[in-house]
Design a protein around this ligand. Structure first.
Ligand SMILES: [Zn+2]
Length: 96
């Protein structure tokens, strides 16, 4: 049940994808790259923020949605690599 990314807390959706130190570093870098000044929230609040702020057709909104989906995918992929393949990547590698 321990988070395979940080080994610090129990693994649940909020911790693994948004509250984990590893995930927070990834989101921080992505948000900085996107030029968005906001804190990393929990899963429900992140979805609400995206619906309120990124459901339009502007290029910035579309890129944000891709970054959100890509971030979730790659954090989950990194989690699985650590659990099943015992491989580890740095947050810089995951962001790239
Ligand atoms: Zn963690």
């Amino acid at each position: 049940m321990l988070c395979p990314l940080s080994q610090e807390e129990n693994e649940d959706i909020d911790h693994l994808l948004f509250q984990c130190n590893y995930a927070t570093r990834i989101w921080g870098k992505l948000l900085q790259w996107l030029g968005i000044a906001k804190q990393v929230l929990d899963w429900k609040a992140e979805v609400e923020w995206a619906v309120a702020n990124a459901k339009g057709k502007t290029s910035q909104q579309e890129v944000y949605r891709m970054a959100l989906v890509g971030g979730v995918y790659h954090i989950w992929k990194e989690r699985n690599a650590r659990v099943f393949d015992t491989r580890q990547r740095t947050t810089d590698h995951v962001v790239r």
